[in-house]
Design a protein around this ligand. Sequence first.
Ligand SMILES: *Cc1c(COP(=O)(O)O)cnc(C)c1O
Length: 455
Amino acid sequence: MSYTNHTILSEALEKWDAELFKNVLPRVYQIILEIDNRYVAEMAGRGIDPRVIENTRIVRENQVHMAHLAVIGGHSINGVAKLHTELLKEDTLRDFYSIYPEKFNNKTNGIIQRRWLQIADEPLSAEIDKLIGKGWRSDIHELRKLLEFKDDQQVLADFYRVKQEAKARLADFIKESTGVEVSTEAIFDVQVKRLHAYKRQLLNLLHIIKLYWDLKDNTDKDMVPRVFIFGAKAAPGYHFAKSVIKLINEVANLVNKDESLQGKLKVVFLENYRVSLAELIIPAADVSEQISLASKEASGTSNMKFMMTGAITLATLDGANIEIKDEVGDDNIVIFGMDKDQVYEHYARHDYYSRGVYESNPDIRRVVDTFVNGTIPNVREEGSEIYEALITHNDEYFLLEDFHAYVEAQEKIDALYRDKEKWARMSLINIATSDKFTSDDTIEQYAKEIWNLEK
Ligand SMILES: *Cc1c(COP(=O)(O)O)cnc(C)c1O
């Protein structure tokens, strides 16, 4: 047996009430107690510090810790990106790492190019065939041959045209499904993923509201037009997530019908986000929003799907974003915000005070106040709920701390996009190096290094 950990969010690490467990699964509970007893005896025999033994046992404080059972029962424990595996070793499972260092290993997640490139983006795939032949369809590592064309102006123009055509297909769908008209000359700035506070869709929305006020102050503001596209489902009982969805939709209503903005700002929320919709949306993205609070996103996989179809990643140093940066190089990605160490320093020092940030930054205050001052129609309850989360409940995911860095990163995106050739070169380099994230290789690593299978 082997254990792959997919998230370290505490609400996702299962702990069951021991009494409940015993009633529902009496025989399984007996077996778990036996495993727990044998574990404690073995560790005592090895001379392990009794406090460490107590912290790592399966049944403690009347709860059954499923992750502990998995670590003790498994011969291998892996995280799903380098940073995530480091966090397992040095934080979440650090006592276990001191006992069983040899069990720990990393397997960075991957995505399958047959769906996310060949099927989802046939026109781009055909363009790639023309340049390097069809060999990449059976050996994805041949994609690297595209790098030879990174300074070929004709190739860059062709790649740019393919992206524009994907944007046109998405624009048609947006018009059909929402009635909103968007221009393909605008930057298509996309955040599609489950709605969760740690993924910080709300940070994206704060920036949109900032742009709204910039344009209300000065309709001549020099900016490349933007279309912000969201897709997200909330878990049925996740009230906060539903409020964020409501807010995004009402900001969209406000912005899209305001003619004074001269079409420079559009916001679209696409319903029922799912794989078939992802296949339409992702190839049409110019910008891939991967803005989770550093340390919270174990890996992410949509970051890889966007890279493979030529979007530029706008990201925090979290999950596999770090490994994407290592592949494309610092000039072909836009990174911003606190890193994992800075986040952990705040936790250790207990020194973050969001109300202080709010009170000392007029621009942040103006944006946050927009939730409660009647500017956005029809959000009386949801607006206050979000205001409270940010100010009264101390902004658990540090949106206000990262806000200025995010605005600057967005300004960098605006500047980069104005140079179409440069943008197309960045895009090509992203596509050409995305072979690193094929799940064919990830699965092969699981087969060889964890499952001990022969081909
Ligand atoms: C890839 C994918 C995800 C995962 O997205 P992340 O941004 O990595 O969280 C979620 N939903 C769908 C439909 C996807 O295709």
